[in-house]
Design a binder for this molecule. Structure first.
Ligand code: DP6
Length: 330
């Protein structure tokens, strides 16, 4: 029995990943920048069984348990296909038992695929006897879920799109303590989204706006990176909100169109703009769901969380400071 356990954090993108140049390799159409979300963690234990076949002579299958529930079907298939990559790298035929837990509320609409595949990449390779570098781990995690490559390094992270499988990975641009920000996540709906990110990426190119969004991406990446490095909240707020608006413009104009917002989503967006105009350091960003990530300085997080929580339609607010890298645990 060879096992290892890893934890990692989800991340929130400031410059978003939307659309792939290569769906299978998950090579993104544009670079992206994010921060990890401390305190919302995925804990994953992987145990490789050395048996090549089960006692009745049939090949065994991988097993997956998430928050105590056994997962089969498409969820298990996605993980098994990812484990195939590790079987190839380690030259093993063993099957894996994967047991994963998220400490953040199930169905809170917080993307868990990033922390799921980041912790799985680290635990499964370690348990298979591989010792990958951070860059190699980031490339591998990307194959499970694109945004997972950004949950391998710590703090503020940039994913360089690269030209192929081995040079599309994420690196840290600043450690968590460099700029004490916090994400106050306004949970507007805990319902499971109808169109997941994987299907959404495939639709991106059907919007005529995607080409314009991609064309301008290097400029936005540059402004966002510089705003983080100079801790310039006003410049940061402008570019983060613009990038989120561009993402949703593409989603709403793809074929079929994707509408992720609920009425309360727009209420929070407008409140955030009003608060910023009144001097509060806040901005919003929204992923493929209705919940609004309200980014602020950590010292203001309690006040901002209270304000956000008092908006009608907001069910709860989760607060996450900047998180570190994926790591192995005992
Ligand atoms: C809108 O990484 O979840 O959150 O690779 O298909 O798993 P898959 O997609 P995923 O896409 C994330 C989309 C996004 C923007 C972002 O996080 O950059």
């Amino acid at each position: 029995m060879h096992s290892a356990t890893a934890i990692s954090f989800p991340n929130i993108a400031f410059i978003k990943y939307w659309g792939n140049r290569d769906e299978c390799l998950r090579l993104p159409a544009n670079g992206s920048i994010s921060m990890n979300l401390e305190g919302l963690e995925t804990h994953t234990k992987v145990t490789w069984d050395k048996l090549r076949v089960t006692s009745n002579g049939l090949p065994g299958i991988d097993s997956l348990t998430i928050n105590g529930q056994s997962i089969t079907g498409a969820g298990l298939q996605r993980v098994a296909a990812f484990l195939d990559l590790i079987r190839q790298m380690a030259e093993i035929k063993a099957r894996a038992a994967v047991v994963s837990q998220n400490n953040f509320p199930a169905g809170a609409g917080i993307a868990s695929s990033a922390s799921a595949f980041a912790s799985l990449a680290l635990a499964a390779t370690k348990a298979a006897g591989l010792d990958l570098s951070e860059v190699e781990l980031s490339c591998l995690a990307r194959r499970g879920s694109g945004s997972a490559c950004r949950s391998i390094p710590g703090g503020f992270v940039e994913w360089h799109p690269g030209a192929g499988d081995n040079d599309s990975f994420a690196v840290s641009i600043a450690p968590p303590e460099y700029w004490p920000l916090a994400d106050c996540i306004a949970v507007v709906s805990a319902k499971h989204k109808t169109t997941g990110s994987t299907q959404g990426h495939a639709l991106a190119g059907s919007s005529r706006l995607q080409a314009a969004r991609l064309d301008d991406a290097p400029r936005r990446l540059d402004i966002c990176r510089r705003a983080i490095l100079s801790r310039d909240l006003e410049a940061f707020a402008q570019i983060v909100e613009l990038d989120s608006n561009l993402l949703h413009a593409v989603m709403m104009t793809s074929n079929p169109p994707l509408f992720y917002w609920q009425p309360a989503t727009l209420t929070v967006m407008q409140a955030v703009r009003t608060w910023r105009a009144a001097g509060l350091p806040v901005c919003y960003t929204i992923d493929a769901g209705p919940n609004v990530h309200v980014i602020t300085e950590a010292v203001e997080a309690a006040r901002v969380a209270d304000l956000v929580g008092s908006i009608p339609g907001v069910q709860k607010v989760l607060v996450a400071p900047v998180g570190g890298p994926a790591k192995l645990v005992e």
